[in-house]
Design a protein around this ligand. Structure first.
Ligand code: TRP
Ligand code: ZN
Length: 499
């Protein structure tokens, strides 16, 4: 290379400039993915496409150890990047070479690869780790649930930190192979299909595969003594359910509910279209929690959901999430209505199907039973804030908004929207805004005022136009119509409040 002669000061400057411009552009990935509700959740600078988790768990001591192999692609020139994780890391390799690492913040594992990573290239990250998950916490809490015979990871929005390193935000979905060795006689349950089991020297390894994109919080692990049942839906989707051998008096009601998974998937298919995954089912571990969770293909049910007898309503709620929440996931946590409004509305449809109250009766009762000064109306289901993310209003006012939409655009357009939405964003992410625009496109109506009134105003909307039977429904002296028969059962599925 020929250079003209230049003064010494300028020479030094030009040498600095001679460093390839790109090297100076290598910067650390952000410690959070940019969700204003949870600024430190997820990370910047890369996208994960696959998690391979090869683990061993000892129930008597709660010791978990293993190796996570992540396949990712960089989205910027990276000098280092974070994963979200709480267990003890012994080694990290990036593209085969040893990387240095440290921890920071509440749950960051900071990884510095030996060589910086150019934007748009594939990266393989191997993390070797071990630890006792029940001894770890972030922000002062833990969501790892010990049981007398093992443990369960199933929580929202955070559950991964206690058992595998991840980019912990639903906007980065990936496929999973989860392989867990446990002592003979103990089972390991996770998402998707059980590819195989193998046994040696007193340990049995369970190899699970989830072959469609899955959010981190929808990835679940349960270790314990389970009875596993199998079947098929009418469309041939394999059903795998698991029941703790320790459910006591709840055992019958749990099975009488969860064994109806195939029937309920068939029924939901009529509203939402074909079931989106390669397997379906649920598990009921012997936890003391109160909630259920829509973990992808393998729903988590607390035994307490069945304490009053069978509960198909909660099964409907969690299976509805497989389309609304799991197949089409929220883009940011503010979009939680995309999940909970529709899962609640599915319970209303099931109530009508069971002859326990129509969707309109449930909507009328919801509307009338909260007076205008009730704090219920201050929660905006379309952007409730992190503290109210799972408030009853997100569910009930959220479903009320869906009934209002139905009444505005009519049944034909409404049911087209309901079934068309999963096809709009298959295995993807979407916002409340995206849903409004889709409903506008299908119905040919401008829906901004309706969405604003029902999802974004912190006040009770003026009475919706009543339809049909609701006009003549008997009301008490406060104007509240009779409580639909399904009401209490539906309300009892509000995990967080009953839990
Ligand atoms: N998504 C769950 C449901 O509605 C409810 C839920 C909210 C939850 N927060 C949670 C479950 C925390 C477990 C933990 O089915
Ligand atoms: Zn839900």
């Amino acid at each position: 290379m020929h250079r003209r002669l230049i003064a010494p000061g300028a020479l030094a400057a030009s040498l600095l400039l001679a460093i390839p411009a790109s090297a100076a552009d290598y910067t650390p990935g952000a410690p959070g993915i940019g969700d204003p509700y949870y600024p430190a959740y997820g990370n910047g600078g890369y996208d994960v496409s696959h998690y391979d988790l090869r683990l061993t768990y000892q129930p008597t001591t709660d010791e978990l150890e293993g190796t996570a192999t992540l396949l990712a692609t960089t989205t910027q020139d990276l000098s280092r990047f974070d994963l979200d994780f709480l267990l003890d890391v012994s080694e990290v390799r990036v593209n085969g070479a040893k990387a240095s690492f440290t921890t920071s913040g509440q749950h960051e594992l900071e990884i510095t690869p030996a060589t910086p990573l150019p934007k748009g290239t594939p990266v393989t990250v191997v993390v070797r780790y071990s630890g006792v998950p029940s001894t770890k916490s972030a922000y002062g809490f833990s969501t790892w649930h010990r049981t007398p015979d093992g443990a369960v990871a199933a929580d929202e929005p955070e559950s991964a930190w206690w058992w595998y390193p991840s980019n912990d935000h639903p906007s980065d979905k990936a496929t999973y192979d989860v392989s867990v060795a446990v002592p003979d006689g103990t089972q390991a349950i996770s998402n998707g299909t059980l590819q195989s089991t193998s046994s040696q020297r007193g340990w049995t390894r369970y190899n699970w595969r989830s072959n469609k994109p899955q959010a981190t919080y929808l990835t679940t692990l349960a270790i314990g003594r389970f009875d596993i049942t199998t079947g098929k839906t009418s469309d041939g989707v394999p059903v795998v359910n698991a029941y703790s051998k320790d459910l006591g008096d709840n055992d019958g009601a749990a099975r009488a509910s969860v064994e109806r998974t195939g029937e309920i998937v068939d029924w939901l298919t009529g509203y939402f279209g074909p079931y989106p995954f390669n397997s379906v089912g649920g598990y009921v571990p012997n936890t003391t929690t109160g909630y259920a969770l829509e973990t992808q293909t393998r729903v988590y049910y607390s035994p307490r959901q069945f304490a009053n007898g069978s509960n198909t309503s909660v099964v409907v709620h969690e299976l509805a999430h497989q389309w609304y929440g799991d197949d089409v996931s929220l883009a940011g946590w503010k979009d939680i209505w995309i999940n909970e409004g529709f899962a609640r509305y599915a319970q209303w449809l099931w109530s009508e199907h069971e002859g326990e109250g129509t969707t309109q009766e449930l909507a009328d009762y919801t509307y009338a039973s909260h007076p205008a000064d009730d704090a219920f109306w201050t929660v905006k289901p379309g952007d409730p804030g992190p503290d109210n993310q799972f408030d009853t209003a997100v569910y009930d006012r959220g479903a009320l908004a869906i009934q209002a939409l139905r009444n505005e655009i009519g049944d034909d357009a409404f049911f087209t929207v309901l079934k068309g939405w999963p096809k709009e964003h298959p295995y993807g992410n979407a916002t409340v805004e995206d849903f409004r625009k889709y409903a506008e496109r299908v119905s040919g109506k401008s829906l901004a005022p309706l969405f604003d009134t029902w999802l974004f105003q912190p006040s009770k909307p003026a009475a919706p136009a009543a339809r049909g039977a609701s006009l003549s429904a008997a009301r008490d002296h406060k104007g509240v119509p009779a409580q639909p028969r399904s009401w209490k059962k539906i309300a009892a599925t509000d995990s967080v409040h009953s839990g």
